[in-house]
Design a binder for this molecule. Structure first.
Ligand SMILES: [Zn+2]
Ligand SMILES: [Zn+2]
Length: 297
């Protein structure tokens, strides 16, 4: 996707910029180097600052999430790549050229700030949809099925969930004409931030926790506790949940359990087909009374 943005926005100056290549590579969770770097950073960090001290590095179903790291790459690249090409091809029709030129002409630091805000508004909307619409929840429940949350949990996302959520976050940036460097920087920030918020760490963000999503914030999103259902949708800016009335971060408390009550299977291939499987009516009705998606916070 970074390649496409680079080709369209500033072809001469940015076509061979190694920084963009580095940043977009680092963003890609499914790239081997990004994955190894994440191992080197987060495995020791989780030992040093463990939130749930009893949790092991090789926690339940860790090997399945490792499959996600590499197998999802192909499906997501194909899906998002196709969407990105379509948006770029239609961008002249979607957005006036003058607007795109004005956006691309801003300082890079300002474009990064704007990209984070706009992309997280898209993320918030998509994420809330995945929790509110029953058939979308079936896709998203795969991510919520993790019972021992750690940095690797960030990888367990159904490819259709990833494509729609990432698409709604990042494709508007292409349509608006953001330059490739700021998109690359945003993508790198997003990648590392999404791993951090899942990590099994006790990190105090201080007053910044009301502005920026922290592990504490996202762990509550994963809590399988009624009072925390359908809260903390933002990916990066927790202030969005404050603004939209969906924030839940009780002072001095830690989630007791994670996961869902839905009958989500445990392995990659079964996860892929799980949303498409019909459930018996009785089971569906029962699930509807217990699942996160059906209960208001
Ligand atoms: Zn969610
Ligand atoms: Zn999550």
């Amino acid at each position: 996707m970074g390649e496409c943005g680079r080709a369209r926005s500033r072809p001469q100056q940015e076509g061979a910029n190694p920084m963009i290549t580095l940043l977009t590579d680092l963003w890609n969770f499914f790239d081997l180097r990004g994955f190894l770097l994440a191992c080197i950073i987060f495995i020791p960090l989780e030992r040093l600052l463990a939130l749930h001290k009893e949790q092991h590095v090789f926690r339940k179903w860790w090997w399945n999430d490792l499959i996600y790291v590499f197998a999802n790459r192909i499906l997501i690249s194909a899906g998002l790549g196709t969407l990105a090409v379509a948006v770029i091809a239609l961008s002249g029709w979607l957005m006036p050229r003058q607007v795109q030129a004005a956006v691309a002409g801003q300082p890079y630091w300002l474009q990064v700030v704007e990209a984070v805000i706009l992309a997280d508004l898209g993320f918030y909307t998509a994420h809330r949809m995945f929790h509110s619409i029953p058939w979308l929840w079936k896709f998203h429940s795969v991510h919520h099925s993790i019972e021992e949350l750690d940095w690797l949990a960030a990888a367990r996302v159904h490819p259709i969930d990833q494509i729609v959520t990432k698409g709604m976050s990042i494709l508007p940036l292409f349509a608006l004409g953001f330059a490739a460097v700021p998109i690359g920087i945003f993508a790198a920030i997003y990648f590392w931030h999404s791993i951090l918020v899942h990590a099994n760490v006790r990190l105090n963000f201080g007053p910044l926790r009301w502005l920026i999503a922290s592990p504490e914030f996202h762990h509550w999103h994963h809590a399988n506790q009624r009072e925390a259902y359908n809260t903390n949708y933002a990916g990066q800016l927790s202030i969005l949940d404050k603004l939209f009335g969906t924030m839940y971060m009780p002072e001095g408390q830690v989630p007791e359990k994670y996961g869902v009550d839905d009958p989500v299977p445990n392995t990659y291939l079964l996860h892929l087909i799980y949303p498409f499987k019909r459930r018996r009516p009785a089971a569906s009705a029962e699930a509807a009374t217990t699942t996160q998606s059906m209960v208001d916070a």
